[in-house]
Write a protein that binds this ligand. Structure first.
Ligand SMILES: [Fe+2]
Ligand SMILES: [Fe+2]
Length: 183
């Protein structure tokens, strides 16, 4: 589905930004308030407002319409992890107010570890289940793309600010086989 490709592309951009930030922290660089603030802003705007909103309001919602039982399983877990990530970011924002670098680094690194694993689960399991649902229902893009387009035009400033040309691997290349019999 086109919708899955868009989300995977956003995952690549999110992972790239997280990798740069992680390197800065782990190399022991002196990171200034602007650099911390820019990373937090990227997470708040691109990862959460743009990407997680598409997942929660459109993609997961479409999956749940066809497979309500996923709420108690993988989708419930993904939603919980979105909230855990938001908590880490709130703690990082608080630490930024006093420039408490220890707490900033800790919460940002915790966030990055969480979100990297979260993205791998989405690419490898959840989106695979979505593709299987679409094989049966064939309505994924038809239902979801209008919503994706309206989020993208509503948030076009965020989209443009963080846009990168990236090559999107096929969804099959992430298949772990774990989601094969679900649904
Ligand atoms: Fe997610
Ligand atoms: Fe995601």
């Amino acid at each position: 589905m086109k919708a899955t490709e868009i989300l995977i592309k956003e995952h690549i951009i999110i992972k790239e930004n997280m990798r740069s930030m992680k390197n800065l922290i782990e190399e022991g660089n002196k990171i200034n308030a602007i650099q911390y603030s820019e990373f937090i802003q990227f997470v708040r705007l691109y990862a959460d407002k743009l990407h997680h909103a598409k997942e929660e309001d459109i993609y997961f919602a479409w999956m749940l319409k066809h497979r309500p039982q996923l709420q108690m399983g993988p989708i419930g877990v993904m939603l919980h992890e979105h909230n855990l990530g938001r908590n880490y970011m709130s703690l990082a924002e608080q630490a930024l107010e006093t420039m408490d670098t220890e707490a900033l680094n800790l919460n940002i690194l915790n966030f990055i570890t969480l979100l990297n694993a979260h993205i791998d689960k989405e690419n490898g399991i959840l989106y695979q289940i979505a593709e299987q649902i679409d094989v049966q229902t064939k309505d994924g893009d038809e239902v979801m793309m209008p919503g994706f387009h309206s989020v993208q035009s509503e948030l076009s400033d965020i989209e443009e600010k963080y846009h990168k040309d990236v090559t999107v691997p096929s969804i099959e290349s992430f298949n772990t086989g774990i989601g094969c019999h679900a649904g």
